[in-house]
Design a protein around this ligand. Structure first.
Ligand code: ATP
Length: 274
């Protein structure tokens, strides 16, 4: 639909510096991406080229940011789609959308004169779930098309295509996706530790005026188990509280209220889905 089109054309100027925490994941990802950058060496040494990278981990931890930063790092075109966009009433539509996505990625790379494209598929489990004896025929065709695309990637040809996918349910994936030559590199993007939370809060505080009493350190301390997306919300909500208070600066109590709000919001979300 038009939604996918508009989102997949979003240019990506994100760098790894704009992702807080995730030091290990970033390092592993950069190492994997060197396969794309150092293609000549890969070939000379007879190393099997990399076709797919799977990012796993809880929602809101920065998997999409990682994929965008990967595109920037490798000077690739970035195309994004979500697994749920391929689920259609009519058999075959999902498969042809997969085909179109790859075609579009290649065309865009040619147009922008780039050597590579990164196709990012969020919620890959929606189309890549375990196949169960023909019950979900539509998903099967979509998944088969994805596997066909992956097998058909000839990395010697430019533009080279690298597929990145994200899921928070890796155990649900069809084993066919995880075989060598498919998504054979897995990177875990976990909830941030305290240092990571501090880093993420700092990133999202950059454009915000903090009062001298505001301590991001204490907020990082009390936000155990928060994701990056939740920490971004905390900073945003705190700014809203400051505005309501007609305060020019974001004070510590605005931050504390925001932590409570985000924590509570999550709870009611969880209860309402029970
Ligand atoms: P989902 O699994 O729900 O798709 P995700 O892991 O892809 O989530 P993102 O979409 O990358 O998460 O993150 C959502 C938003 O949360 C980002 O746009 C950013 O504002 C914030 N965010 C998440 N993680 C980080 C991080 N590590 N550093 C900075 N900001 C982050």
């Amino acid at each position: 639909g038009s939604d996918r089109k508009s989102r997949s054309r979003t240019p990506s100027y994100l760098t790894f510096d704009e992702i807080g925490g995730q030091d290990r994941a970033k390092r592993e990802l950069q190492e994997a991406l060197d396969f794309l950058i150092r293609y000549d060496d890969i070939q000379r040494l007879g190393i099997r080229p990399l076709k797919g990278i799977l990012l796993t981990g809880p929602p809101g931890t920065g998997k999409t940011l990682m994929a965008k930063a990967a595109a920037h790092y490798t000077n690739s075109v970035f195309m994004a789609a979500s697994g749920s966009e391929f689920v259609e009433m009519y058999v075959g539509v999902g498969a042809s959308r997969v085909r179109d996505l790859f075609k579009e990625a290649r065309a865009q790379a040619v147009k922008e004169n780039k050597n590579s494209a990164i196709v990012f598929i969020d919620e890959i489990d929606v189309i890549g779930g375990k196949r169960d004896g023909g019950q979900h025929r539509e998903y099967d065709q979509t998944l088969n098309q994805l596997l066909t695309e992956m097998d058909g990637i000839h990395t010697a040809e430019t533009p080279r295509v690298l597929i990145m996918a994200a899921t928070n349910r890796k155990e649900m994936l069809d084993p066919a996706l995880l075989r060598p030559g498919r998504f054979d590199r897995h990177i875990e993007v976990d909830l941030p530790d305290k240092k990571g939370r501090m880093h993420i809060l700092n990133i999202h505080a950059k454009n915000k005026p903090l009062a001298p009493d505001a301590s991001l350190e204490s907020i990082a301390q009390e936000t155990f188990h928060f994701s990056g997306a939740q920490l971004e919300s905390v900073m945003n909500e705190a700014a809203i509280y400051a505005m309501r208070d007609d305060s020019a600066l974001i004070q510590q109590r605005h931050l504390s209220l925001a932590v409570d709000k985000v924590m509570l919001g999550e709870k009611t979300d969880r209860e309402s889905t029970k």
